[in-house]
Design a protein around this ligand. Sequence first.
Ligand code: PXP
Length: 251
Amino acid sequence: MKRTLRLGVNIDHVATIRNARDGRHPDPVRAAKLAVGAGADGITAHLREDRRHISDHDITRLSEEIDVPLNLEMAATQEMLDIALRHRPHAACIVPEKRQERTTEGGLDVVAGRAHLAPFVDALSAAGIRVSFFVEPDLVQLDAAVELGAPVVELHTGAYCEADGGARERELARIVEAAAHAETVGLECHAGHGLSYESVVPIAAIPTIVELNIGHFLIGEAIFGGLESSIKRMRALMDRTRAEAVGAHSP
Ligand code: PXP
């Protein structure tokens, strides 16, 4: 039974605030370093086609200045592939991207996009970059990821986080099932999007999920109590929940 659950802190929205004034403050690289000090196992950043938050220069600096794994979220475009191959981050998470969306809405359709996605997996993997697909908790998407040779999937938790009552229970059940399926088919399973102190608990209790990527909520909470405090609290919640869940399943 796996015990550890890694926390990847997504620093995109530090850059969102910086870009509101087109200046240098607050610096996402400073936030990344602080996040590592507060217990983050890795840093996640999404270089969007429109550069609305993270910039190319941020990716250069993150690659050079942080000493934990960098997870680059990217669309499957030639431009992003070239950037990834130049910087060789630890991991690349391939996400769907639409210019008009506020955030990543929905998972990548790996089934429909097989032919387009295959060369991205091959090129990134050949460069030693661990590829993940950001997908809905849908078993056919996981099977398609296996077919393409991606070692990791990240399950989109957005629908679960936004739902209430019975709908939320159903979304959670889909995530539980997908996370179990991931282990069966040999995929490493991550999850993220929209997670908060409250919604993270049932997700952290799923033992086959080994990494959570969390951003917006932590940066928002930092307004009230500081970034170090929000990350430490999330880290402690995740660790406690995972320890209890694993303990409860031990003989
Ligand atoms: N994982 C992926 C693939 C994402 O695209 C995002 C948002 O950029 C996150 C995790 C983090 O989501 P949030 O900022 O809502 O915590």
